[in-house]
Design a protein around this ligand. Sequence first.
Ligand SMILES: Cc1cc2nc3c(=O)[nH]c(=O)nc-3n(C[C@H](O)[C@H](O)[C@H](O)COP(=O)(O)OP(=O)(O)OC[C@H]3O[C@@H](n4cnc5c(N)ncnc54)[C@H](O)[C@@H]3O)c2cc1C
Ligand code: SF4
Length: 339
Amino acid sequence: MGGIAPLFRKSRGRRLMEALPKFRLHRPDTLDEALATIKAEPDARFVGGGTDLIVNMRRGLVETPALIDLNNVAEMQNIAHDGDTLIIGSAVTLDVLAGDKTVVRDFPAIAQAAAEVAGPTHRNVATVGGNLCLDTRCIFYNQSGWWRESNDFCLKYRGEICHVAPKSKRCFAVFSGDLAPALLIHEATISVAGPGGERQLPLAELYSGDGADYLALHPGEIVTSVAVPKPNLQSAYRKARVRGSIDFPLAGVAVGLRMADGKIADLRAALTACDTKPFSVGGLDTFLGKSVDESIAQDFGEIVQQQARPMRTTMSTPWYRRRVVARLARRLLLELGAS
Ligand SMILES: Cc1cc2nc3c(=O)[nH]c(=O)nc-3n(C[C@H](O)[C@H](O)[C@H](O)COP(=O)(O)OP(=O)(O)OC[C@H]3O[C@@H](n4cnc5c(N)ncnc54)[C@H](O)[C@@H]3O)c2cc1C
Ligand code: SF4
């Protein structure tokens, strides 16, 4: 291979997106129908808003004979309460989630994260399930077919080498969904249904940590809903991105804080776009019983920075992304502590 083709070289008449290939479209109305459809078409892909999947199909990154549209599945449509638990159907759109009064009041980090995804037209159709399951990203992967081919593809799809870490046998493509960290600090669990029946698991267990095979779902499993216990803490979400109005996070952080008698009684943080999966920051018990001030916020930012592990998967450097996520975390803690 004669080096990597420049990322923004003119396409010289080649299309950056190909026409959408032909596929069969199924529109089940119930979960049972959706499961029967995937049993009959095991190579089909589920689709919510299609704002991630359709782009990847047009780039030749996903080949599938059929799509199963989950938007009409009755069991996945609503935001409901079960005692003190909020249940969010995975076909709920991000626009609806961001505007839901209970979510805005009790789970501000979740509402803020939903409102920060892409642009308004995406959020009108993009779903909770699609946001949690969206593909991992990398500058060597989210490219047109001709660009990837001219660089011998890469380990994640059709190639043999990782251009980010050429000696590695694993993919480091980054998970860049905004909702996951906000749900993680709220200890969300997800329900999934598939050929083997239904099961519940902590959201963190949805992700495998492998940038290529990034979900830990069994074949044919659908994420049907997310359950979040009523919180006993304040929360907020913030992200850094290149284009303020419409962009994936270069790094994003959700912070949850509960104060008692002026001291920290609970402190949580979770990151996105800093690794192959979203994850909760560890080691925060050390702050319990302390006041929120500049010095504590600085220490908190340092712990966040140490645990963020972005690789060279975006145009921004890992160094910048680690610094910026630490700064965002520090600010959020000070803001929550002052409110
Ligand atoms: C210009 C642009 C900017 C973007 N900016 C952001 C951003 O800032 N933040 C961000 O988080 N995302 C961003 N995205 C990606 C995408 O728009 C969102 O992540 C969106 O929430 C994906 O939801 P969807 O319903 O459209 O997913 P889809 O495209 O329908 O699906 C995504 C993946 O999830 C799978 N899937 C969908 N629903 C389920 C389910 N219920 N169970 C199991 N698997 C399922 C699909 O098979 C597919 O693999 C951006 C996209 C574009 C094009
Ligand atoms: S990190 Fe993954 S997507 Fe990026 S070049 Fe390496 S194998 Fe490809």
